[in-house]
Write a protein that binds this ligand. Structure first.
Ligand SMILES: Nc1ncnc2c1ncn2[C@@H]1O[C@H](COP(=O)(O)OP(=O)(O)OP(=O)(O)O)[C@@H](O)[C@H]1O
Ligand SMILES: [Mg+2]
Length: 339
């Protein structure tokens, strides 16, 4: 399979909602060893698109989310560019970022309920977000808050609005937090493992809510997860991250149908074994990807996945694979992606 290395200029023509280019993030206070959490990451998302970010714990998923929202800790060193509607977010003042956060880009995090204040009624909290970014009067804000709760399938919106967070179930809290994140009709929502703490039934309901909202409001969504199964039939495109890098990205149909990177193949194998029709487990052991992710500060030259890769050859140890585009829109960083 013939592939061409990707030059930055080839991506510059199409207008995107968000364009992350060469993003590198290192953590660590001055004088300490710096840990690279993101390394030269490129990512784009168009208006209304759902992009799934897939990767193991520690690969930099939340760091990416926090970078986009300008919420990294003060000791983080950031390089690269994050353009949102052609405006550079990196280096923006806190006041400028506050105009964008919540109104244009909002976050649903791993424990969405924690984003809510325990001492304020739920309806007031949503109305407050609406008020901070719009000129709506008190009554209109309250009506809008109730409408938002109905949009996340909370039919008893009046009761929920009047409740304090501790009076709601985990599933209700998740919906409230999603409603709050969408209250100002942002262009982009970043959901960082929003269903991690939920049982599978509530998880499926919350995914259904997000799917409906995408259809209803046309919001673009970055959905972060370590579980490929959650992205099937939901994400338009998938980005697979490993050790702070995007190692493969492309349309979901191709990523799930014909993945190119050995790491993506390994991840998908983990969920490919569906139970038999009679409900019994499939024969054999669940496949695993041998080894674990590398310590990011210990990374030197070569492909970061090389120690765990069944396809590795000499070059993988000494050289960093360039990003290639073997098929339109499908990019991969691997010397042996076609084999
Ligand atoms: N505030 C911080 N200070 C120092 N190191 C950090 C900080 N936050 C994250 N890291 C490190 O950066 C790397 C990436 O962390 P990050 O939280 O982005 O991973 P993740 O993919 O979101 O993991 P998970 O799936 O467990 O949420 C990890 O090695 C982590 O230890
Ligand atoms: Mg995380």
């Amino acid at each position: 399979m013939k592939s061409i290395p990707i030059g930055r200029s080839s991506r510059d023509e199409i207008p995107r909602l968000l364009r992350v280019c060469g993003l590198s993030v290192k953590y660590g206070a001055d004088g300490q060893a710096l840990e690279a959490a993101l390394r030269q990451l490129d990512l784009e998302i168009s208006a209304g698109e759902v992009v799934g970010i897939l990767g193991e714990s520690g690969c930099g998923k939340s760091t990416l989310a926090l970078s986009i929202l300008g919420l990294l800790p003060a000791d983080a060193r950031v390089d690269g560019s994050i353009l949102f509607r052609n405006e550079e977010l990196l280096g923006m003042s806190e006041a400028q970022l506050r105009r964008i956060r919540g109104a244009k880009i909002s976050l649903i995090n791993q424990e969405p309920g924690l984003a809510l204040s325990p001492v304020m009624r739920v309806g007031e909290q949503i109305a407050e977000v609406i008020g901070a970014h719009s000129g709506l009067k008190r009554k209109a804000r309250k009506q809008e808050a109730e409408a938002m709760l109905r949009a996340v399938n909370l039919t008893n919106a009046g009761r929920i609005c009047a409740a304090y967070p501790h009076q709601l179930s985990g599933g209700e809290l998740h919906r409230v937090a999603i409603g709050q994140a969408l209250a100002c009709r942002p262009d982009l929502v970043i959901a960082d493992e929003p269903t991690r703490s939920l049982d599978v039934i509530v998880q499926a309901e919350i995914l259904g809510v997000l799917r409906n909202l995408k259809q209803k409001f046309g919001t673009a969504l970055i959905f972060i997860t370590h579980d490929p199964a959650l992205l099937v039939g939901f994400a338009d495109r998938v980005v697979v991250m490993y050790a702070g890098r995007a190692v493969e990205q492309g349309p979901s149909s191709r990523m799930f149908g014909r993945p190119l990177h050995p790491y993506t193949k390994g991840l998908l194998n983990l969920v490919a074994r569906v139970p038999r029709r009679d409900g019994s487990a499939p024969a054999g052991l669940l496949p695993v990807i041998p080894g674990g992710p590398p310590y990011l500060e210990a990374l030197t030259s070569g492909c970061a996945f090389e120690p765990r890769c069944s396809r590795k050859t000499e070059i993988c140890q000494s050289e960093d694979p360039e990003e290639l585009m073997p098929e339109a829109g499908h990019r991969v960083s691997c010397f042996h992606h076609g084999s």
